[in-house]
Design a protein around this ligand. Structure first.
Ligand SMILES: Nc1ncnc2c1ncn2[C@@H]1O[C@H](COP(=O)(O)OP(=O)(O)OP(=O)(O)O)[C@@H](O)[C@H]1O
Ligand SMILES: [Mg+2]
Length: 276
């Protein structure tokens, strides 16, 4: 933990958080969450939990509100109703300074995934360290190079984003999201726009990082291959009913869900006979 000891009004000191993270307990819990833009509701009655150290996938059709849920979980969009508990602390009821500290425990790779084109890969990854730490420039450079090495890009620090492939750019986005050693990594459609091989490599990277660092991973994805490869748990959001239809392991949901919409989504492209 970078933040230090327990805070007033909290039951979770640094030691409590560390021990909690070692378990497979609830790391993030949504309770009765509702989200809207202005008068337009997006999702309501969201109740699910993301276990510490798990890979959790948010799925559902285009426009159902997946990125909006991620915005709320990462501290960018307040909910209309309900709570987001992170290690037992309510994110949106916390004082602003505390919420900011909680937000810094997240690494986020956005859907647009944009890197700064005028900066080298090393400078892109170094940016959060420059903004949020007081480390010396050579320490920052060393950490940025280490993060690039973690995602398989050792020696590429001096390249510019335009000089590398789309799959490599996604990896740089992962390295940047990991710059501050987050407890939780959020990925909004990491494999969008990648060829199948690069997408599979990115899935492998997500699983490797989870195994080596124990980081909780929250991934928005449409990609069934990817969902079945990486997900421990998932939630399925519905655009018409504007709420979650189910939560659970996606392989089990594919076989056992009583909801046709969920089975159809998870069996897309699979002949019935191959569904088992
Ligand atoms: N900043 C915003 N202001 C107003 N409405 C928005 C805003 N962002 C998204 N919306 C609307 O909210 C709904 C949910 O959008 P969101 O981007 O969360 O969906 P999504 O599931 O991530 O979609 P996609 O799969 O296309 O990425 C959509 O109807 C969208 O048009
Ligand atoms: Mg989206």
């Amino acid at each position: 933990m970078s933040g230090g000891g327990a805070e007033p009004g909290s039951s979770t000191g640094a030691a409590g958080q560390a021990s909690r993270r070692g378990q497979q307990g609830s790391h993030i819990r949504l309770e009765g969450l509702a989200l809207a833009y202005g008068d337009t509701p997006v999702q309501r009655d969201l109740n699910f939990e993301i276990r510490a150290g798990s890979v959790f996938v948010i799925m559902g059709g285009s426009g159902c509100g997946k990125s909006t849920v991620m915005r709320c979980l990462t501290g960018l969009l307040p909910p209309r109703a309900g709570r987001v508990l992170v290690d037992g602390v309510s994110l949106w009821d916390a004082a602003p300074a505390r919420r900011t500290r909680m937000m810094r425990r997240n690494g986020v790779m956005y859907q647009s995934g944009a890197l700064w084109s005028s900066m080298t890969l090393e400078e892109n990854v170094a940016l959060p360290l420059e903004q949020y730490t007081s480390l010396a420039p050579d320490q920052i450079r060393a950490i940025a190079d280490y993060k690039l090495a973690l995602v398989g890009l050792a020696g590429y620090g001096h390249y510019y984003p335009a000089e590398i492939s789309g799959g490599m750019r996604k990896r740089v986005g992962v390295a940047r999201a990991m710059a501050l050693d987050p407890d939780t990594l959020f990925f909004d459609e990491p494999s969008a726009g990648l060829d199948p091989l690069s997408a599979r490599r990115l899935d492998e990277l997500i699983l490797e990082l989870r195994a080596s660092l124990g980081t909780t991973m929250v991934v928005i994805s449409h990609d069934l291959d990817s969902i079945f490869t990486i997900a421990d748990d998932s939630v399925f959001l519905d655009a018409e009913q504007k709420t979650m239809l189910t939560t659970g392991n996606p392989r089990r949901l594919r076989e056992e869900s009583e909801l046709a919409a969920v089975r159809e989504f998870l069996n897309r492209g699979l002949p019935d006979t191959e569904a088992s």
